[in-house]
Design a protein around this ligand. Structure first.
Ligand code: ZN
Length: 497
C-alpha cells in the first residue's frame, strides 16, 4: 500500500490530496480486515462461503488403517482399507454409498452398496460374499447424520461447518490468535459434538487440525488442492488413543440430485431382512451338538456330554456372552459350562471372553491365540482370572478333533471337527452367505481351507460358519470353489495347451 503511494505521480496538489485521502481510507480498511479474535469467525465465514453452501455433493475417498487385533500376527499390524464412493443430498437427507473393504489378511474383499431415502435405509452386496442376494434393512440411527458426521470430520471444508453455525446454535466459542506462529486456535463447545478444538493457519487461511474431545480423536489436514472450485485438504490423518487412520480424498464435487437408480434396490435382490433383533434360538444338530442362531449374524455351537458343556465361539461383548450362557443354562440347568473354544485371535472372535473367564469357564485355543489373548488390551485388567487349555494340530479332545491348518488369515487359526456328527465349526475360513449364493470372489484363505479338508479327506455333512451361515453343505462349498478356482484352473490349462 505504502509503496503504491510512493510510486504514484501526483499531477496537482488537489489530486495528491484526493489520492492521499483514498489511501488512508484503504489502509484503514485493510487495518479493519486484519484478523483479530473478534472478527475471525466472520473472516472464516467469508472464506468458506461458497463451500459452506454445498448441499449436494459426490465424494470418493479411501481410508487405510492398521489394527493389530485384526492382523495375521497381532504383533505386526497390517493395513486394511475402505474405498467409499458417496453421493449426498443434504436437503432430502438421503445418500448413496458404494463401499469396498479389503486388505484384510487372507485376501477377503467385501463390497456393498447402501442408500437412505425417505427415512428408509438398505444395504446390499455387490460380489455376494456377505449377504448373497438378501437386502438388509438398516437402522437409520446410523444413517444420514451418522455418515455425515464422519465426512464432517474428514473433509476440512465441512469440518468447520458447525463452527460457522455456532452463532445460530448458541455455542460458546473462544478464539486465540498467535501472530508469531501465524496460527489461530478456536475452542467450541457444541451440545451434540462436545468440545472441539480447531487450529488454523493464516495466509493462506486453512484448517490444520481438529480435536474432538468426546472421541479423543485428532484430525490433521494437509495437501490442500483446488478442484471443481472447492479448496480442500486431500490428505487427512486421524489419531485416537490406540488407533490411527489415513484418508485420501480423490475427488469432491458439487452434484445434482442423486440418480433415482442409486436410491432403489436393484432387480434380482431380495428378500429384505428386517432390522429387528431376534431372540436367541437353539437347534439340535445331533444327539449332543446344538447350534444357537440370532447371535446377531453369527452362530455359536455347544456340545453337551459327561464332562459338561463346551461352547464354540465367543464373539461380541460380555453382554452377548452373558445372554448366551443364560440361554444355555436355562436349557441345561443340571450341566455346567466348562469351556469355550475360539477359532482365532481376531477381536471380533474373542471379544466376549472376559465374561466367560469371570464365570470360571476355561478358554480352549491353540498356543498362539492364547498368547494373543493375553496381550489383548481389553483383557489386561482381568487376565489373571483367565484359565486356558491348549491343543495341538489334529488333537482329539472329547470327540472333537482340532485342526490348525496352514492359512493366511490368522496365525494359529483352527477349526473344530465333530467326528461322530461329521460337522465342522469354523470362523473366517469359509464365508458363505445365508442364502447360499455362490459369490463372485473367493479369498486366498478360503481356497486354502477347501484344499486342506480335501487333502485330509475330512468327511463333511455340514459346516457351521461362525459368520452368517450355520448350515453350509459340502455341495455349496465345492460349487463355490469350482466357480472361483476350478474354472480358472481349467481355463489356464486350456490356454497352455
Ligand atoms: Zn478373522
Amino acid at each position: 500500500m505504502v509503496s503504491i503511494f510512493k510510486k504514484a505521480k501526483c499531477v496537482t496538489k488537489l489530486q495528491q490530496v484526493i489520492f492521499c485521502l483514498s489511501t488512508i481510507t484503504i489502509s484503514f480498511a485493510s487495518q479493519a480486515q486484519e484478523i483479530t479474535a473478534e472478527n475471525f469467525l466472520k473472516k472464516l465465514k467469508g472464506h468458506y462461503q461458497s463451500t459452506n453452501m454445498i448441499d449436494n455433493f459426490s465424494i470418493n475417498y479411501e481410508s487405510t488403517g492398521k489394527f493389530g487385533p485384526q492382523s495375521y500376527d497381532y504383533k505386526k499390524a497390517t493395513a486394511s482399507f475402505s474405498r467409499r464412493i458417496m453421493d449426498v443430498d443434504s436437503k432430502n437427507k438421503s445418500y448413496f454409498l458404494h463401499n469396498t473393504r479389503g486388505g484384510f489378511p487372507g485376501g477377503f474383499i467385501f463390497e456393498t452398496k447402501e442408500f437412505q431415502k425417505d427415512m428408509q435405509r438398505y444395504r446390499y452386496d455387490v460380489n455376494g460374499v456377505l449377504y448373497g442376494k438378501r437386502v438388509l434393512e438398516l437402522d437409520t440411527k446410523f444413517g444420514f447424520q451418522y455418515q455425515l458426521d464422519e465426512l464432517n470430520e474428514v473433509v476440512d471444508v465441512f469440518a468447520i461447518k458447525s463452527l460457522l453455525e455456532s452463532e445460530m446454535s448458541g455455542d460458546t466459542v473462544h478464539t486465540k490468535i498467535d501472530k508469531t506462529s501465524n496460527r489461530v486456535m478456536v475452542v467450541q463447545n457444541n451440545i451434540r459434538l462436545g468440545k472441539l478444538t480447531y487450529q488454523f493457519k493464516l495466509k493462506p487461511l486453512q484448517l490444520v487440525s481438529l480435536h474432538n474431545e468426546k472421541n479423543d480423536q485428532l484430525f490433521t489436514y494437509s495437501h490442500h488442492v483446488s478442484i471443481n472450485g472447492i479448496d480442500y485438504a486431500s490428505r487427512v490423518g486421524m489419531k485416537e488413543s490406540h488407533h490411527q487412520r489415513e484418508f485420501l480424498i480423490e475427488s469432491l464435487a458439487k452434484s445434482m440430485n442423486i440418480p433415482a437408480m442409486k436410491l432403489t434396490i436393484p432387480m434380482g435382490y431380495g428378500p429384505i431382512v428386517e432390522k429387528e433383533k431376534k431372540a436367541l434360538k437353539t437347534e439340535k444338530i445331533t444327539k449332543n451338538l446344538y447350534l444357537i442362531s440370532n447371535v446377531r449374524d453369527r452362530y455359536v455351537a455347544f456340545k453337551v456330554d459327561d464332562m459338561g458343556i463346551t461352547v464354540f465361539g465367543a464373539p461380541g461383548s460380555d453382554k452377548q456372552s452373558k445372554e448366551i450362557m443364560a440361554h444355555i443354562n436355562k436349557q441345561f440347568p443340571m450341566k455346567k459350562i466348562t469351556s469355550v473354544y475360539i477359532t482365532h485371535h481376531h477381536s471380533d472372535h474373542i471379544g466376549g471372553l472376559n465374561y466367560y473367564a469371570q464365570q470360571g469357564v476355561t478358554i480352549l485355543a491353540d498356543d498362539y491365540s492364547i498368547t494373543a489373548i493375553k496381550a489383548y488390551r481389553k483383557f489386561t485388567d482381568n487376565i489373571s482370572q483367565f484359565q486356558f487349555r491348549t491343543f495341538k494340530h489334529k488333537e482329539l479332545i472329547n470327540g472333537v478333533r482340532f485342526y490348525i491348518p496352514e492359512n493366511s488369515h490368522a496365525k494359529g487359526q483352527s477349526f473344530a471337527y465333530f467326528e461322530d456328527a461329521q460337522v465342522i465349526y469354523e470362523g473366517d475360513l469359509l464365508e458363505i452367505p445365508f442364502d447360499n449364493t455362490i459369490a463372485a470372489h473367493m479369498s486366498e484363505t478360503e481356497k486354502q481351507f477347501v484344499e486342506f479338508v480335501r487333502m485330509e479327506n475330512i468327511k463333511i455333512k455340514r459346516i457351521i460358519g461362525h459368520h452368517r451361515n450355520g448350515n453350509i453343505s459340502p455341495d455349496v462349498m465345492n460349487a463355490y470353489y469350482e466357480a472361483n478356482v476350478g474354472s480358472k484352473m481349467a481355463m489356464k490349462s486350456m490356454m497352455t495347451k
